[in-house]
Design a protein around this ligand. Structure first.
Ligand code: ADP
Length: 574
């Protein structure tokens, strides 16, 4: 249990850390202020750190050198005083006088030196006769503070001072110190080694104080620079943030926004230039909008005006076509051609009128409860003669979509006619599969062909007005290039979608999805856009496919609910 709690805590910490680092990296990417402040702080802190570190080292070195020089001078003075006492004395063989002289030497050393940690060792003295004894503080004599290396150096270098850093004991604590060693010559006896230890703790305290002051000054400097940077950045970045927000709002279509301009500096110039640019763009967009309105009105007016003469022409063309049996072959063919072209003209005019209605926003849906599966069946029956003419087999796969859903049946029928017509036209005589299905959100119909297909670039433009793929494609139905853009308008009017998948020489799949309840689509389409089927896998396609039912059940399970309408669909199925 404890192990589990520990693991949970670790996981929580790890998550916290990850979300924390993600927040910081997001802030780093998005905030100019945060980035500049962090960089300034890092650079200043590194500069202060390097400067303070170097200064502390230099000061420490300097302090030690000067204190060492003091110690050497002090020791030299003390040894010189003792040496001059020794040189001036005339003791001969008088042992008592020698002992008295030795006391004077000790007093000279202690009196002249600033340190009382003194020791005098016998050196390489001549044998026989009286030799004054070793004396000094126990610390130096017994504690082994004077290292053999220092002793060897002092023994071998007659007149030269040698030194060594040591740790001295002061009130039970170790303090830094230095021992200076030098030879002293006792006449008629030989060389003696004088060692004087100096306490450097006062220098160490000075060094600690200097270093502390340096670091406090350094950190204060970093804090002051951070504060100054923050103030400067704020004054700089507030106008930049304002400009960024204003341009973002402008880009989303709020053409009336402008940057507030204060003063006459560079940022004010930037604001003024932006505002001037926004004025010009707003004026141009307004102008283009008005122009486009004029164009829409023109198209609509012309189409309306053409309707009456065209009706007369169509009546005349129909009449001529009906009587073409009485004409000679050339006139009969001309009457037939006239009839077809007038029909095309009429279709184009109707399409144009429909488009101009969309542009004017005057299209109203006439909703009625309609079964998409039955509607599809109906349209397929209507289209069968055309399909037979192309040698195309029309198949309906309808695992769902039977229960009525509110839709404008006339418009949906028109969309289906267009999609199935295109599939027959570009389907190369291969079967066209129409799939109808539903889920709890929507009903959908897919029209799949296995014909010419389209390239990715063509797919991008397929809903553009008057656009047609490769004009060399053979056309028999004589479309206007407006069919799919009208179909897309119809789908959007229902709050649905019209999507396309296509691959050159593989085929195309158009999927129209209509929400069950008016409004936007809430979930995925029941008919998948990218087909997984191979042509050979589809058996008797007019029968609902079992596999689709299985997929429905899985979808319903995944969505956590079985839609009552969709469930009814299955029961209603003929
Ligand atoms: P059209 O009246 O020319 O059919 P559409 O808007 O319906 O106008 O279609 C536009 C163009 O999209 C067509 O001319 C054709 O090139 C291409 N297209 C549409 N459907 C298909 C399809 N199923 N397969 C291949 N190309 C298609």
């Amino acid at each position: 249990m404890i192990a589990t709690t520990a693991t949970v805590t670790q996981v929580g910490l790890w998550r916290d850390w990850r979300s924390w680092s993600a927040n910081v990296s997001a802030l780093w990417r998005r905030s100019l202020r945060f980035r500049t402040l962090t960089i300034t702080l890092l650079l200043t802190a590194s500069a202060v750190f390097v400067t303070c570190g170097t200064m502390a080292l230099v000061i420490a070195n300097d302090l030690f050198e000067s204190r060492k020089d003091q110690a050497l001078a002090d020791a030299r003075r003390a040894v010189a005083a003792a040496q001059s006492t020794l040189d001036a004395a005339e003791v001969g063989d008088d042992r008592a006088a020698f002992v008295a002289l030795w006391r004077v030497v000790q007093r000279d050393l202690r009196g002249t030196s600033s340190s009382d940690r003194i020791a005098v060792f016998q050196g390489d003295i001549e044998p026989g006769g009286y030799a004054p004894p070793t004396f000094g503080s126990i610390e130096l004599l017994d504690d082994g503070l004077v290292s053999p290396t220092l002793r060897t150096r002092v023994e071998t270098l007659d007149d030269v001072q040698s030194w060594q850093s040591v740790a001295l004991e002061e009130d039970g604590d170790d303090v830094p110190g230095i021992i200076v060693g030098q030879q002293m010559f006792v006449p008629d006896v030989g060389p003696y080694e004088v060692y004087i230890a100096y306490d450097l703790s006062d220098s160490e305290q000075t060094l600690v104080f200097v270093q502390r002051t340096l670091w406090v000054a350094g950190l204060s400097l970093v804090a002051i620079i951070a504060g100054i940077s923050w103030i400067v950045l704020r004054s700089m970045s507030v106008p930049i943030v304002e400009a960024a927000e204003t341009s973002a709002r402008f880009a989303t279509g709020d053409l009336g926004v402008r940057i507030p301009v204060h003063g006459e500096d560079e940022l004010a110039t930037l604001g003024r230039s932006f505002n001037a640019m926004a004025d010009s763009i707003e004026a141009q967009i307004k102008e283009l909008g008005e122009l486009s309105l004029v164009q829409q009105r023109f198209v609509s007016d012309v189409s309306h005006e053409l309707r009456t003469p065209l009706t007369t022409i169509r009546l005349a063309a129909d009449m001529l076509n009906d009587q073409r049996g009485d004409f000679d072959p050339t006139t009969a063919r001309t009457a037939e051609l006239l009839h077809t072209q007038v029909q095309r003209f009429e279709t184009l005019l109707n399409d144009l009128l429909e488009i101009s209605r969309y542009d004017a926003g005057s299209v109203q849906l006439e909703l009625e409860a309609t079964s998409l599966a039955h509607l599809a069946e109906d349209v397929i029956d209507q289209m069968r003669p055309l399909a037979d003419g192309h040698g195309t087999e029309l198949r309906l796969v309808a695992p769902g979509g039977y229960s009525p859903v509110d839709m404008d049946a006339r418009r949906v029928r028109r969309v289906l006619r267009n999609l199935i017509g295109n599939a027959i036209e570009h389907g190369e005589g291969r079967p066209v599969v129409v799939t109808v299905d539903s889920n709890q959100h929507a009903v959908a119909i897919g029209v799949r062909d296995f014909g010419l297909g389209m390239s990715a670039a063509d797919v991008d433009r397929v809903f553009d007005r008057f656009w047609r793929a490769d004009p060399s494609r053979q056309r028999t139905i004589g479309g206007t290039g407006l069919g799919l853009s009208i179909a897309l308008g119809d789908a959007r009017l229902h709050g649905g979608t019209l999507s396309v998948w296509s691959e050159l020489a593989v085929g195309s799949n158009f999927v129209l999805t209509i929400p069950r309840h008016p409004g936007a689509l809430l979930g995925p389409s029941p008919v998948s856009l990218e087909p997984e089927d191979a042509l050979g896998d589809l058996s008797d396609a007019t029968q609902p496919l079992h596999i689709a039912q299985v997929r429905y059940e899985l979808d319903a399970e995944a969505n956590g609910a079985v839609d009552p309408d969709a469930a009814r669909d299955r029961k209603d199925r003929p």
